[in-house]
Design a protein around this ligand. Structure first.
Ligand SMILES: Nc1ncnc2c1ncn2[C@@H]1O[C@H](COP(=O)(O)OP(=O)(O)OP(=O)(O)O)[C@@H](O)[C@H]1O
Length: 577
């Protein structure tokens, strides 16, 4: 049972145990709710017979039942306490564990996995799905299982008590269940469809938020909102259709269930008149049939939620099963040479991005990756830092295969400056300090000066303490890039990856930064991607990548002599300048 819960609901062992405990307590609580009414009838039955027999034991009977009632009240209180604790407190603990484990999974996913579209999806899995699952587990799942068990236990007990009346109580259950079962396939389909439409809408909204500038500048607002509106209309249409049809099936099942009570009244009255049962038995069955259908209705009510839960759990499982990157957390390479050895890589099955790539980026040298757009330069740089794991071959650092090293440990050795700089809505000081958590203010300022940031930071309203807005919206492209360079300066790691690092800088700033970078990169392994040939002319080695393969390697002067792609790129750029 525990294993079943663990697999079905992607739970920890402790969570599965708590769920089982919660189900048991809910069953005990459901059954205990019937006891006071039965106790009252028992009391009435005995009290009446003592009255009729004019016996003297009336007082004793009352006292006995008062004590019983108080004792039972206490027992019910204790049961309710344990039920609450197991269904809420413990389930929330599991939920916290689930969120932590999802977040932990995120840490271990390949870094490059976090494309923009995926982020909307991931955050909805962590926040919305986890919240819904939490609600379902505290409010519905234990109740559903408990309801089924309660009906089973009560059914068996009643059957032994009086099988004929039990049939009158329970004949409606399989009939209602059949109608319900027949509608299940339809409900499944409806929920799946609705869920996907909803996800599609949140993706669309996220896309709108991410590309608000582009939408405005290309006058695409109307097209965007028409598209979103039609998706919302579609969602509403399905929602109404689904609610109506599901409601119709569920109500039909309810009506069928309700036929149970009149069956017991009529058949019980008949049995009573023939003397086959006594009045107490008749009353007990009336009480039971007034209550027993509630748990069954609960199951039906919550069944749709269970189907919905399955969809969400499936997504969580998918996330849990994504390939994680792990490896040793102690890593001391003997040098910082990066070597690609016969590397194949593809983002998607069937579309090979890199083919049989081999080259070395040596420590103390600047290795420049150049080539036509889409050739695979950025991909190569990302693979050098294990943003993805490769399909074939080896990428090694200091002779050690990086796929065996924990990505966080590995990245300690890298300073990375990308085209798209991510800044956080905190102070400039904190944004630079990301490069080195324990850096002093003076160290941050020194790095900022080297990256030519100091001047513009001082002009900000509160200098280094200025909050720079969501993703640095208050800074220009060049300023953001310089902040990113300052981070790299501060981190001062032995390997430097520069992806178009100076693309958004004006000529004056670019040359200043080039000087600063030349300080930074001394005796380091530098892998630089640059389109501008001026940037790479000082490189020690050029690697030309075209269509995912290396087509030329050598020093700039060697390649110029070869009259190949590099030479023609240099020529074209100087002509256009
Ligand atoms: N995350 C991704 N998922 C799928 N395909 C991708 C992804 N990133 C890049 N690609 C594809 O891989 C190929 C190589 O892209 P890459 O960005 O490495 O080229 P590049 O040489 O750096 O291009 P550019 O100079 O234009 O930046 C391209 O065809 C690109 O469409």
């Amino acid at each position: 049972m525990l294993k079943y819960f663990q697999n079905k609901y992607a739970m920890s062992e402790k969570g599965a145990k708590d769920l089982l405990r919660s189900i048991i307590w809910t069953v005990i609580m459901e059954i205990s709710f019937m006891v006071p009414v039965i106790l009252s009838f028992k009391f009435l039955d005995e009290y009446m017979s003592t009255l009729l027999n004019s016996s003297n034991s009336q007082k004793n009977t009352i006292l006995y039942y008062v004590i019983m009632s108080i004792a039972f009240f206490i027992v019910m209180f204790v049961i309710a306490y344990f039920q609450y604790d197991s269904a809420y407190t413990k389930i929330y603990e599991e939920s916290a564990r689930r969120r932590i484990s999802l977040a932990e999974t995120l840490r271990k996913l390949p870094l490059a996995f976090f494309g923009k579209k995926d982020i909307a999806d991931l955050s909805s899995t962590i926040m919305e799905d986890a919240t819904q699952v939490e609600l379902l587990f505290s409010h519905s799942v234990p109740q559903i299982y408990a309801s089924v068990l309660t009906v089973l236990i009560m059914g068996i007990m009643l059957f032994f008590y009086n099988w004929r009346l039990s049939i009158a109580v329970f004949w409606v259950v399989p009939v209602a269940a059949l109608v319900f079962y027949l509608s299940k396939k339809f409900q499944d389909k409806m929920h799946y469809k609705l869920y996907n439409i909803k996800r599609d809408i949140s993706d669309k909204i996220q896309e709108g938020l991410d590309s608000a500038h582009e939408i405005k500048s290309y006058n695409r607002e109307e097209a965007y909102s028409d598209n979103l509106n039609s998706k919302l209309d579609n969602y509403e249409k399905y929602l109404i259709k689904g609610e109506l049809l599901i409601g119709a099936f569920i109500n039909l099942s309810y009506v069928l269930l309700k036929l149970g009570l009149p069956s017991v009244i009529l058949y019980g009255a008949y049995l009573l008149s023939t003397g086959s049962i006594d009045i107490f038995t008749y009353l007990v069955f009336l009480v039971v049939s007034a209550r027993i259908y509630n748990p069954i209705m609960d199951v039906m009510n919550n069944f749709a939620l269970l189907i919905f839960l399955n969809v969400r759990i499936k997504r969580m499982k998918e996330m849990d099963e994504m390939p994680r990157q792990e490896g040793k957390t102690k890593f001391y390479p003997k040098n910082y040479d990066i070597e690609f050895n016969n590397v194949d890589f593809s983002y998607q099955d069937g579309v090979q991005t890199l083919k049989n790539v081999s080259f070395i980026a040596k420590q103390g040298e600047v290795t420049a990756l150049v080539g036509p757009s889409g050739g695979g330069k950025s991909t190569l740089a990302k693979l050098a830092a294990r943003f993805w794991d490769i399909d074939k071959g080896v990428v090694s650092l200091g002779g050690e295969d990086i796929s065996q090293v924990d990505p966080e440990t590995l990245l300690d050795n890298y300073s990375i400056v990308f085209q798209d700089v991510t800044l956080f809505n905190s102070s400039v000081m904190d944004n630079i300090r990301i490069g080195k958590k324990d850096a002093t203010d003076n160290e941050v300022i020194k790095a900022a000066k080297l990256a030519r940031c100091h001047e513009f930071i001082n002009k900000l309203p509160e200098g280094y303490d200025t909050l720079i807005g969501e993703n640095g919206e208050r800074l220009s492209g060049g300023e953001r890039q310089r902040i990113s360079i300052a981070r790299a300066m501060l981190k001062d790691a032995p390997i430097i990856l520069l992806d178009e690092a100076t693309a958004s800088l004006d000529t004056e700033n670019e040359s200043k930064i080039q000087n600063a970078l030349s300080e930074l990169i001394k005796n380091k392994t530098v892998l630089i991607i640059a389109h501008r040939m001026r940037t790479v002319s000082g490189a020690d080695k050029i690697v030309v990548i075209k269509d995912g393969s290396i087509v030329e390697t050598g020093t700039p002067s060697q390649l110029k002599e070869q009259q190949g792609i590099f030479a023609s790129m240099v020529k074209t750029q100087y002509q256009s300048n």
